[in-house]
Design a protein around this ligand. Structure first.
Ligand code: NAP
Ligand code: FE
Length: 380
């Protein structure tokens, strides 16, 4: 048996965890740059808790609160400039995956002069500032990964920076910060986490450790996505569902930190770049047909995923015959009407997706024709 597990993040989860663990911030530096989106860091209560914790340790802070969804290079360059001006010693990212990934890129650009392509490829000789990550969505798991995904206009897609220097030092998880997430964001981010766990389980980089983490994440996500699908109109999930979703998303993040993501993420990025489809939704639109594609060569592995997900066990979702159909039906119910692509878009998106590095992690490495067929099956 072979294991290669490296996860250097101190993960702390619980109500009020930031204020309780504030002394952990003291060794990180005397000035912090806080990086957030425009409103949710405030709305969730996370920003106030971080500022109180920094104040309690005598740490000065500066705030950059202009990160957009799917962060752009210009935005992270602006924040990195602020970090340099103010001599920030570390960066605190608060938000969904977009502000967390932006914070990672800022930590890199604050100590490296890099042109637009070198940001993605490295080397990054200056290292990176230390990072603290506070997720306010239960989805990306960015708080425990070494990836920062940025909009890449040169390639008309999204591209990831992947480097061990980007693992945060500390991740503070308090599921109360996700309570303000509207239902569609809650669903889309949970589907992103599901995609991480499923792709990680079916990655050719998986090992017994990451596969066991992936199956537990799939089980928890299956259970809680069924809860989300059954919510009466206008209702939001309760605190227990929120906490399980945050833990499951974190666990799925640990999985992809070991296995990388695969063809689903590679194919989702052009959908987000060109059609503005939310990241988790873009992945989930492709997931059922991707499972069919992998099952042609690895039926047992896909069956294990579907068994862990357990959609067939939900009595009020009209018990269809096969687990694959139950999975598809649950996702259809959560996603609603699908976006559609023209034949020209399918050709163009497949050409873009095949160039992504994570394609190579897929258990069955797809050809260009495979990608076109999968886009057509899911969105044609
Ligand atoms: P997001 O783009 O960070 O946020 C989407 C929206 O949700 C924003 O409008 C945001 O508002 C809002 N929001 C966030 N938390 C909220 C809260 N608690 N209450 C109310 N609204 C809230 O969404 P995401 O799905 O979490 O992140 C997606 C990004 O992560 C993509 O760029 C994707 O590529 C990346 N990603 C990274 C990794 C990784 O390993 N690094 C893995 C998967 C995905 P504000 O703008 O006000 O913040
Ligand atoms: Fe993702």
């Amino acid at each position: 048996m072979q294991l290669k597990h490296f996860m250097p993040v101190r993960v702390l989860m619980g109500p009020d965890i930031i204020r309780q663990q504030a002394p952990l911030l003291a060794p990180l530096g005397t000035t912090a740059l806080i990086v957030t989106g425009r409103s949710s860091a405030r709305a969730s209560g996370a920003l106030a808790d971080i500022i109180a914790a920094l104040d309690s340790q005598g740490i000065r802070h500066i705030l950059f609160d202009q990160v957009e969804a799917n962060p752009r290079l210009a935005t992270v360059r602006q924040a990195a400039q602020l970090a340099r001006q103010e001599k920030a010693g570390f960066v605190v990212g608060i938000g969904g995956g977009s502000p967390l990934d932006a914070a990672k890129a800022v930590a890199l650009l604050a100590v490296n002069d890099l042109d637009d392509s070198a940001i993605f490829t490295g080397p990054w000789p200056g290292g990176a500032l230390k990072l603290v990550a506070v997720p306010t969505t239960a989805g990306t798991g960015s708080e425990v990964t070494q990836y920062a995904i940025l909009t890449n206009d040169a390639l008309q897609t999204k591209t990831s920076i992947a480097w061990d220097g980007l693992f945060p030092a500390i991740a503070f998880l308090d599921s109360r910060y996700t309570h303000s997430c509207p239902l569609n964001t809650t669903i889309n981010t949970a589907l992103d986490a599901l995609s991480h766990a499923v792709e990680g389980f079916l990655s050719n980089k998986s090992d017994p450790w990451s596969r066991s983490e992936a199956l537990e994440a799939i089980r928890l996500l299956g259970k809680n996505l069924q809860t989300l699908a059954r919510l009466p109109a206008g209702e939001l999930p309760g605190p227990d569902t929120r906490a399980e979703l945050l833990f499951a998303a974190n666990l799925a993040g640990v999985v992809i930190s070991q296995t990388g993501s695969t063809m689903v993420h590679a194919m989702g990025y052009p959908l987000t770049y060109s059609h503005g489809v939310d990241h988790g939704r873009a992945n989930a639109l492709l997931l059922p047909d991707y499972l069919d594609f992998i099952a042609r060569q690895h039926p047992g592995a896909v069956q294990t995923v579907l068994d862990a997900f357990g959609a067939c066990q939900s009595p009020d979702l009209h018990g269809p015959a096969s687990p694959a159909l139950a999975f598809r039906q649950l996702l259809d119910r959560l996603l609603g009407p699908r976006e559609r692509l023209s034949p020209e878009e399918i050709t163009q998106f497949a050409r873009t997706a095949i160039q992504a590095r994570n394609i190579a992690n897929t258990l069955v490495v797809p050809t260009l024709q495979d990608l076109q067929a999968l886009y057509a099956a899911s969105l044609g």
